[in-house]
Design a protein around this ligand. Structure first.
Ligand code: ADP
Ligand code: ZN
Ligand code: MG
Length: 486
């Protein structure tokens, strides 16, 4: 069914059904080396250069578990409110892929590292908990690259640089009820993992990949419908599009008297559609068995406590604290905690400026506008310099003139003001001279003002500001004009 045909499924019909969604999120752990060997995990190396007998899957090569990968996985588990098993186990998941030379993935099955967690998302005005069933560790496969279109001129290549990259898979409960909730869930998971530096979660590089399990049931029904699994959702936009398509497709199938097949479907970003790929395999198809080359993984209480102690303040907690401690609006607190770096930048600047609200406004307005999507760590204006700039309480127009100069040069505001002679004019003698000139140059407006048209004062103040390129103290100018005009 094409997406145009599906857009004909009437919304009232879709509204009679309730979507049920569970997500499987794969995240690449930010280790320097692979999960079972010492090869680098760096992105973009020449094909098949970051490899060794272990990650090439050569017979007889033995895996050695990367301690740093386990530590990051524990961090993720704790930050996502899971309990960590003191004893977990790796298992072989057998299947054939051209880019999986071992013929199996080393994953975890019945004894995953972490289980029974949750994240909280905002749905309207409510906070909703989405359960996390489990988080397990596994190795990534290599990559197949397909080239050419004509049958006579078509090649596939295998690059094993990615083979053996450490992943965690985060499996949610089927608690999600709309594509918007799915979006919010993945955003929250991503933000938490970035805050604790477990992963860059860079979706463009495939560091966060998502599969969605979707079913629909008539609203009010108890029993879940049959689910389809949609793969290849490598951006937030695709996740939402694919879910909306899949929900409409399943409703259309059921409404026409059909049955939803339990299958794996592939999302095609070019068409916005999902298409059947294969009937869903079941766990027993993988012939899971305990990995004989690795001892069980033990996490001592002491290790767990150490990792727990190393966790920074998590985004949800930080958002709450910013609204209380700095009296920020929810929206501002949310914006300023979108990354740990931004939140730290804000707090440093706010402490120095003594004016959190103004600091938030400058960061979310002019600073964000000046850098257009770049990371705040690349900001030419340091948090210290922004704080000091705000503390100067420059008049609006002068501030707007100094800010871009700080952005261009990276210099503190005071240095720019000094060098360019941009000091605010509040010296009464100097202001009087300017005000006298303005009065002399605008006899008509002066007459109107004296005749009772009070708003004309704004025009005269404007003239004085213009004459001083915005450097006059507005309040002082207004006061002087009023005095002189009686
Ligand atoms: P499978 O054995 O097919 O892999 P699981 O029970 O392991 O199924 O669940 C895989 C994912 O599918 C989980 O994220 C889970 O929340 C979700 N899920 C399970 N049942 C349904 C359903 N009926 N509709 C939507 N999602 C579901
Ligand atoms: Zn290797
Ligand atoms: Mg499963």
């Amino acid at each position: 069914m094409s997406s145009s045909a599906l857009s004909l499924v009437p919304p009232e019909l879709i509204a009679r059904y309730e979507p049920v969604i569970g997500l499987e999120v794969h995240v690449q752990l930010a280790t320097a080396t692979k999960i079972f060997c010492g090869c680098p995990t760096s992105f973009g190396a020449a094909p098949n250069t970051n490899v060794c007998p272990v990650c090439l899957g050569l017979p007889g090569a033995l895996p050695v578990l990367n301690h740093a990968a386990v530590e990051l996985a524990i961090k993720a588990g704790l930050a996502l409110n899971c309990s960590i098993r003191p004893h977990s186990r790796f298992a072989r998941k057998n299947y054939f892929y051209p880019d999986l030379p071992k013929g199996y993935q080393i994953s975890q099955y019945d004894e995953p590292l972490a289980e029974q967690g949750y994240v909280e998302i905002r749905v309207g005005d409510e906070i909703k908990r989405i359960g996390i069933t489990r988080i397990h560790m596994e190795d990534d496969a290599g990559k197949s690259i397909h080239e050419g279109f004509k049958d006579s001129d078509r090649y596939s290549y295998v690059d094993l640089n990615r083979s053996g990259t450490p992943l965690i898979e985060i499996v949610s409960e089927p608690d999600i009820r709309s594509s918007d909730e799915a979006y919010a869930y993945v955003s929250e998971v991503k933000q938490v993992l970035q805050f604790i530096e477990v992963s860059t979660c860079d979706m463009e590089k495939g560091h966060l990949r998502c599969d969605a399990n979707v079913s629909v049931r008539l609203r009010g029904a108890e029993k879940f419908g049959t689910k389809a699994e949609v793969k290849n959702l490598n951006s937030f936009r695709f996740l939402k599009q694919a879910l909306d398509y899949e929900i409409a497709r399943q409703v259309a199938v059921l409404e026409s008297g059909g049955k939803v097949e339990q299958e794996t479907r592939l999302y095609n970003p070019d068409t916005g559609e999902t298409a059947g790929m294969r009937s869903k395999e079941h766990a027993h198809d993988y012939r899971y068995f305990p990995e004989p080359d690795l001892v069980p993984l033990r996490v001592s209480e002491r290790w767990l406590a150490e990792v727990q102690a190393s966790l920074p303040e998590l985004p949800a907690k930080k958002r709450g604290r910013l609204t209380v401690e700095y009296q920020l609006r929810d929206y501002d607190a949310e914006w300023l905690t979108q990354s740990r770096a931004i939140s730290e930048y804000f707090e440093t600047a706010a402490r120095i400026s003594g004016d959190p609200k103004a600091t938030a406004n400058w960061i979310m307005g002019d600073l964000a506008g000046s850098f257009k999507g770049k990371d705040i760590s690349e900001s030419p204006i340091s948090a210290e310099n922004l704080g000091e700039f705000i503390k100067l309480k420059l008049p609006g127009k002068l501030a707007k003139e100094v800010f871009p100069k700080m952005f261009a040069t990276g210099e503190p505001a005071s240095a720019i003001i000094e060098r360019e002679g941009l000091k605010q004019i509040s010296d009464t003698g100097a202001l009087e001279k300017i005000v006298d000139e303005v009065i002399a140059a605008n006899p008509k407006q002066v007459e109107q003002y004296r005749g009772g048209k009070g708003t004309v004062i704004n025009y005269l103040v404007g003239q004085a500001m213009r004459a001083t390129r915005g450097q006059a103290d507005v309040a002082a100018v207004t006061e002087l004009l009023k005095q002189k005009l009686g």
